[in-house]
Design a protein around this ligand. Structure first.
Ligand code: SAH
Ligand code: TYD
Length: 392
């Protein structure tokens, strides 16, 4: 599908972004060449190579949706809004990548018949504990439950469609589950936001694709589906919510043409914008290192805050190790006591932050800035400084 893509940049050797590891595993850590390409035919930015999905999504998966109260709230609003607009009593709902069940549970509590797909069994177990029915596997038409075949009113997903290598197969799966008038609604980090913010840390092994409206339209129309609405979201540093249905459902198409025009003007549908982005990433790396070394030369202590997947790209691309950042504070029990992938910075329980305030804290979850700076407001009051490569 993407054989005419052009490679336009490389981030060098990268480890698995969520593989927070023990010291004993430092010597057998897996690395891959993280090269990025753009396919002009499909307007699609993608990784050239990436680890096998089972290396990333398994019983040791370390991302949990419910670590952010803001995201819990966001998904509650998602479920309410979509229910009002699209669902009737007795509707059937599928979620792809339901993780710990945060979003799907909001639909279940409204009385809909729900089914989740989740290959990472540790997080799937948490969803099951909420009483949700979960197929503990990668989404596929192979697992088509007869109860949901061609009868599903809503298929929803968040921050997972960009993880799925074979998009043709994904769309075949959507086709096998969705009812005639059903809708597929998903939201993913948006290419336009990444280019604007120079948030290159959105690129890591799991994010095989960074989508735009142009790319989603082209991908789905090939299979008789139609993108009929797109809504920008502020979550995860700038995302887009896409609304898809069967073309023969013959409904109204809303803002797509005008948004495509915006993307055209920003050259998001061609390689030119990617080359600008590459240039901007190199400048950003240089600036970040210069600033961090400036802090260090002044004798200031720098720590990290939030051991995100995104931080794996920043730390390994800029080669930031314990000589610059002493540790990273985080709330996730599964990450605490381990070391960051590749650069091996210790991950410490966030509760210790207040007793060890650094002079500067690199906020790796810059996308959760409001939630975190509010929670840690004393840090700023005591003279601490938040830092990031993106504008805070
Ligand atoms: N939707 C949640 C979780 C995002 S993380 C949120 O937005 O917070 C992505 C989740 O999708 C992980 O739990 C991962 O195990 C799962 N996943 C990855 N590939 C998948 C696939 N092909 N089918 C279904 N789930 C997948
Ligand atoms: P997120 O930006 O969702 O991570 P990713 O880049 O992996 O998508 O942030 C989740 C991580 O941030 C997770 O390791 C927990 C951590 N975190 C905190 O430590 N404190 C907080 O208040 C929040 C919201 C997140």
């Amino acid at each position: 599908m993407l054989n005419k893509s052009k490679k336009f940049m490389s981030f060098g050797k990268m480890p698995i972004a969520n593989n927070f590891l023990d010291k004993k595993n430092f010597n057998n850590e897996y690395f891959f060449d993280m090269e990025v390409a753009f396919n002009e035919e499909k307007s699609l930015l993608h990784l050239k190579n990436f680890p096998k999905p089972s290396q990333m999504f398994n019983e040791n998966y370390k991302f949990f949706t419910s670590t952010s109260n803001y995201m819990i709230n966001h998904f509650e609003n998602f479920a309410s809004k979509i229910t009002k607009k699209f669902l009737k009593n007795g509707a059937k709902v599928i979620e792809i990548g339901c993780n710990d069940g945060t979003l799907l549970n909001f639909f279940q509590s409204k009385g809909f018949e729900c089914l989740g797909f989740e290959p990472s069994s540790n997080v799937a177990d948490l969803a099951e504990k909420k009483g949700l029915k979960v197929i503990k596997n990668f989404f596929s038409s192979e697992f088509c439950d007869e109860n949901f075949r061609k009868k599903t009113d809503l298929i929803c997903a968040a921050n997972v469609i960009c993880h799925i290598p074979d998009l043709d197969n994904l769309i075949k799966g959507i086709d096998s589950f969705l009812s005639d008038k059903g809708v597929f609604i998903f939201e993913e980090p948006y290419l336009g936001s990444m280019f604007e913010k120079i948030s290159y840390d959105q690129i890591y092994d799991e994010h095989i694709y960074i989508f735009s409206i142009s790319s989603i339209k082209k991908l789905f129309e090939k299979y008789g589906f139609e993108l009929f609405l797109a809504e920008p979201q502020i979550t995860h540093g700038g995302s887009m919510r896409y609304f898809i249905r069967r073309k023969n459902a013959n409904g109204e198409v809303y803002n797509i043409d005008s948004l495509l025009e915006v993307e055209k003007n920003k050259k998001l549908d061609n390689l030119e914008s990617c080359l600008d982005f590459k240039n901007n990433c190199e400048i950003s790396k240089e600036k970040t290192l210069k600033k961090l070394k400036f802090f260090k030369n002044k004798g200031l202590k720098i720590s990290g805050y939030a051991a995100t997947s995104k931080s794996t790209t920043i730390l390994n691309y800029c080669k930031i190790g314990t000589d610059i950042i002493d540790c990273i504070y985080d709330t996730t029990p599964e990450k605490i006591g381990k070391f960051s992938p590749g650069m091996h910075i210790p991950i410490i329980d966030y509760k210790n932050f207040q007793n060890n305030y650094p002079d500067v804290a690199y906020l790796f979850a810059w996308n959760h800035k409001e939630e975190i700076t509010k929670k840690e407001s004393v840090f700023l009051n005591k003279g601490g400084k938040w830092f990031s490569h993106v504008q805070l």
